[in-house]
Design a protein around this ligand. Structure first.
Ligand SMILES: NC(=O)c1ccc[n+]([C@@H]2O[C@H](COP(=O)([O-])OP(=O)(O)OC[C@H]3O[C@@H](n4cnc5c(N)ncnc54)[C@H](OP(=O)(O)O)[C@@H]3O)[C@@H](O)[C@H]2O)c1
Length: 269
């Protein structure tokens, strides 16, 4: 009797998405699920993620694990890693997406909020990347870090936020270079202002950056970011004008770039 080669069972690919309860992270979850990834969704709003999980399970027949995690607390990222390990899950994609900003002058802003922002936007990214790197090396996996066009220059009125995103971009590019022969790719997604929960949380309603502007949707940004990650692009800036602005900042004296951002971001009545 002739023997037929058996099809190889496809090992499940699994992605962790932080900040999956709204905006860009929620939209990214659809792309991973459509491609057959099992998902781990992490954020604080468990009910919202559960609704998303039910939708993705039904539509794409993928397994989804929801984990409530406060990633702006000291130890929050390590706890998330421990929870995922306890489920016996091995990651093949890590999406460091959770983040927030705050609009206003530094002299008036609240230090506890800024420290929490630094914890979430920077420390958590480093801790999760460090702890999941053995998984990603074993699976030749992918890392997608949500930075911002804010990463390319200083940002008056959002001084700490812009600095955190510069950190994310610099860190991502550096480890992308270190990992280039390992099969692990690192993509820094650098969106400009995007319609999501971000503006309300950052109190950006009166900033010239967004007031009266039509912003791209989170779905549009996520679709482009997902494609860039699949291609292994190291830095991706969605939107032609965002890309032109970000690139031109590289050739602009730092003082002038800062003045431009100050004018573009200023509070308006
Ligand atoms: N929208 C923009 O204009 C824009 C532009 C450039 C870059 N970005 C970046 O894009 C990323 C996603 O933001 P978004 O625009 O999609 O805004 P969003 O709709 O406000 O989503 C932010 C996500 O981060 C999660 N998050 C916030 N604090 C958290 C915490 N302490 N622990 C765990 N998760 C937390 C939120 O979930 P919970 O509140 O449920 O915890 C939510 O799922 C951020 O890194 C942001 O900096 C946004």
């Amino acid at each position: 009797m002739p023997t037929h080669p058996r099809p190889h069972p496809t090992p499940h690919k699994t992605a962790l998405i932080t900040g999956a309860s709204s905006g860009i992270g929620q939209a990214l979850a659809h792309h991973f699920a459509r491609d057959g990834y099992q998902l781990v969704l992490a954020a604080r709003s468990v009910a919202k993620m559960q609704t998303l999980a039910d939708e993705l399970k039904k539509q794409f027949k993928v397994g989804v694990t929801v984990i409530g995690a406060d990633l702006e607390t000291h130890g929050g990222a390590a706890q998330l890693h421990a929870d995922i390990q306890a489920h016996g899950i091995v990651l093949s994609a890590l999406v460091n997406n959770a983040g927030f900003g705050a609009f206003g002058e530094f002299k008036d802003s609240a230090l506890p909020q800024e420290l929490a922002m630094m914890q979430l936007n920077m420390h958590t990214v480093v801790v999760l990347t460090k702890l999941f790197l053995p998984d990603l090396l074993a699976t030749r996996g992918k890392i997608l870090n949500t930075a911002s066009t804010a990463a390319f220059q200083p940002g008056p009125y959002m001084a700490v936020y812009y600095a955190t995103k510069s950190f994310v971009l610099s860190f991502s590019q550096a480890i992308a270079s270190e990992l280039e022969d390992t099969g692990v790719t690192v993509t820094a997604l650098c969106p400009g202002p995007t319609a999501s929960g971000f503006q309300d949380k950052a109190d950006l309603g009166n900033s010239a950056l967004v007031k009266g502007k039509k912003l791209p949707t989170s779905e549009e940004v996520a679709a482009l970011g997902y494609r860039a990650m699949q291609r292994g692009q190291r830095v991706y800036i969605p939107g032609f004008m965002n890309a032109v602005m970000a690139q031109s900042m590289r050739f602009t004296p730092r003082n002038l770039a800062t003045k431009v951002v100050k004018a573009l971001t200023r509070p308006i009545a």
